[in-house]
Design a protein around this ligand. Sequence first.
Ligand SMILES: [Zn+2]
Length: 336
Amino acid sequence: MQLKIYNEIPSGFETIDLDYIHTLIQGPCLFHLKGERDDALFISTLLHGNETTSFSVLQQLVKKYRTEKLPRDLIILVGNTEAAEKGRRQLPGQVDFNRIWAEGDTPMHHFADEVIEYAKKQNLFANIDIHNNTGMNPYYGCVNVMDSHFLQLASLFSKKIVYFTEPHEVQSNAFAKLCPSVTIEAGRSGDIEGIDVTYNFVEKVLHLKSFDDAFDFNNVGVFHTIARIRIHPEANVDFDNNDNTSSDISFIQDLETKNFSYLPTGYHLGYLKNPELLRVYDDFGVDVTHHYIKLIKSQLITNQMFIPSMFTKNIDVMKSDCLGYVMEKLNPEHFL
Ligand SMILES: [Zn+2]
């Protein structure tokens, strides 16, 4: 796939409905817009077609900077416009556009390589990849490198920061080799407040003169993702917290409200008939279920204190991706 690079956003972008986006822009492609300074901000949008906050933010930005000069160059990677028209993360047969940024041999991996080659030739100031999630989560930024400039960048979005190294095939991790880089989780897709917070964040970064070497780590909470909770694709799941359910797993109703809070040892998460249907894997794919979860008869409880994130009640997401992540909080003295 030949990388397409444009220097102008087509007219109509600011108001177009996503249902028609692919008729206006045939992604994936790049837009490189010139600004006052050449140290460019790189932003990705619609790497997942059903996560629309990034697109709404860019519509607002494009509208504003049609008549004003951009403070610095803005390079926009527009991702999966075909899936976006259909409101899908990706279409059947497509690869996940946020898992193509490492080794691989599909046409989309080659596309990602071309984007990286182009980016390497630019004077990059920062990279922002904007996503949404399905559960009830606070706004947070993710970094793949524990570096003060990265943490400062993320902190301009939220004081809650997640550090993860797997999956390593994500866009922010590839760009971490080029400039301070962050993945933004802007709440649920289309959430108005999430759009506002993200828009203000992008504006701040567009105007930021430089990163501060004396960044105070005490200003932020950094959480480290250590494991992923997977649900068997064949499991029947409900949220009735019922030991006598006909489902295989019956979670507590308010599962999603636990995101980013401490679950103490012995915390009740629901009922599970067959332990094989819920497993916890660390970054190396090792089954570490017994560290975090145990069953007393059919009661599902935590086996040690941990902090969950991205707990979701969306059963499709739960099965195709995961139920959520296990995190620990890092102390500032462990940061660097
Ligand atoms: Zn996403």
